[in-house]
Design a protein around this ligand. Structure first.
Ligand SMILES: NC(=O)c1ccc[n+]([C@@H]2O[C@H](COP(=O)([O-])OP(=O)(O)OC[C@H]3O[C@@H](n4cnc5c(N)ncnc54)[C@H](OP(=O)(O)O)[C@@H]3O)[C@@H](O)[C@H]2O)c1
Length: 294
C-alpha cells in the first residue's frame, strides 16, 4: 500500500487509552485518515492535534470507515461499543474490516466473531504483545487470526503499529496465543516479586540479584525491568494490575475448559484479587511486590 492509498484509507479507532492513544498516533503518522472515539473526550485532544477526527460515539467513528480498531479493556466493553446503543456496528459498512486488538480471551472473541458475521463485517482477532513503550515506538507484536482474503489489505495498518504480525490461523488463534503469553508474563511478575522478598529475607542486597539476573540466561529483561520498578516503588501504570489480573482470570478459565489446571497462576491469583480490592487495581502490576509473601 502506498502513502497515497493510506491517505485514502479511513481507520476508526475505538478506545484511546494507554495503548490505544500511541497506536492511533502511529496510524496518523503513517498517513491514515483516523476517526477516534473515547469515553473521556479529553483523551482524544492530543490526537486531534495530530490530525485525527474526533467523534461523538462508536457509531459516529465507524461512519465511512474502511477498517475499525477496538482497543478497550475487556470483552463486555468491546461488545457494548460495537453492538450496544450507538455502537459501531450500526454504521460500519458491510465488507469493512474490524481489527479487534484488545485482550479479551477466547470466549468473547468467538461471540464477537458471530456478531461481526451477523453484520457482514470481516472480523480479525489481533491482540498485541508489548506495552506502552512498544506501542509508542510501533514495535508491538500483533498476534493475528482471521481470513486469508483480508491479510494483505490490513497489513499496512498492522505495520504502522507493530514490528511484526504473526498470522496464527482463524479468528481465535491470536487470542489463544495472547492468553498463553500473558499467563507467562503474570507468572514472571509474581516470581520476581517473590525473588526480591526472598533475597531480602536472606539478608542479601536485592540489587545484586537483579545484576545477576540481568546477565544470566535465566533472567528476563521484562522481569528485571519490573524488579527495578518494585525496588523504586514506582507503580505508575503502563499495564494496570486490574488488566493483568483480568488476563490471568481468562487464562485460568480457558485452561480449565481445556482440561488443565494452571497451578502456578492459581497459587497467586487470589492475592492479586485482594490487592485490587485494597485499591491497587489502577497501579502498575509491579505493585504486587507490596503484597507478596506477607
Ligand atoms: N497496557 C498494556 O501494557 C497492554 C499491553 C497489551 C495489551 N493490553 C490490552 O489492551 C487493552 C487496552 O489496555 P490499556 O492499557 O490501553 O487500557 P487503559 O489505559 O485502561 O484504557 C482503556 C480504554 O478503555 C476505555 N474504557 C474504560 N472503561 C470504559 C467504559 N466503561 N466504557 C467505555 N470505555 C471505557 C478507557 O476510556 P477512558 O479514557 O474514558 O477511561 C480507555 O480508552 C486491554 O485489553 C489490555 O489488556 C494492554
Amino acid at each position: 500500500m502506498t502513502n497515497d492509498t493510506q491517505s485514502k484509507t479511513t481507520v476508526a479507532f475505538v478506545g484511546t487509552g494507554r495503548m490505544g492513544a500511541p497506536m492511533a498516533t502511529r496510524l496518523l503518522k503513517a498517513g491514515f485518515v483516523v476517526r477516534v472515539w473515547n469515553r473521556s473526550p479529553e483523551r482524544v485532544k492530543p490526537l486531534v492535534e495530530l490530525g485525527a477526527i474526533a467523534t461523538s460515539s462508536p457509531a459516529d467513528a465507524a461512519t465511512g470507515a474502511d477498517v475499525l480498531v477496538t482497543m478497550l479493556p475487556d470483552g463486555p466493553l468491546v461488545g457494548a461499543a460495537m453492538g450496544g446503543p450507538q455502537g459501531a456496528l450500526d454504521t460500519l459498512r458491510r465488507g469493512s474490516v474490524w481489527l479487534q486488538m484488545s485482550s479479551i480471551g477466547v470466549e468473547w472473541t468467538a461471540q464477537l466473531l458471530e456478531l461481526a458475521d451477523h453484520h457482514g463485517v470481516v472480523f480479525v482477532d489481533a491482540p498485541v504483545s508489548g506495552s506502552v513503550g512498544p506501542a509508542e515506538a510501533g514495535t508491538l507484536l500483533v498476534l493475528a487470526g482471521g481470513p486469508e482474503g483480508v491479510r494483505s489489505q490490513v497489513a499496512p495498518v498492522f505495520d504502522a503499529m507493530g514490528r511484526e504480525t504473526m498470522w496464527l490461523g482463524e479468528a481465535g488463534a491470536g487470542s489463544k496465543a495472547k492468553l498463553v503469553l500473558n499467563n507467562w508474563l503474570v507468572g514472571l511478575v509474581e516470581s520476581i516479586a517473590e525473588t526480591l522478598h526472598f533475597t531480602e529475607a536472606l539478608g542479601l542486597d536485592p540489587e545484586l540479584i537483579i545484576e545477576l539476573l540481568e546477565d544470566a540466561p535465566i533472567g528476563s529483561p521484562y522481569a528485571v525491568a519490573k524488579a527495578r520498578q518494585m525496588l523504586a516503588a514506582d507503580f505508575a501504570p503502563s499495564f494496570t494490575l486490574k488488566l493483568a489480573s483480568k488476563d490471568a482470570d481468562l487464562a485460568v478459565a480457558s485452561a480449565r475448559s481445556a482440561g488443565i489446571d494452571l497451578r502456578v497462576t492459581n497459587s497467586f491469583i487470589d492475592a492479586w484479587h485482594l490487592a485490587i480490592a485494597n485499591g491497587h487495581g489502577d497501579e502498575d502490576l509491579s505493585v504486587v511486590y507490596t503484597n507478596s509473601t506477607s
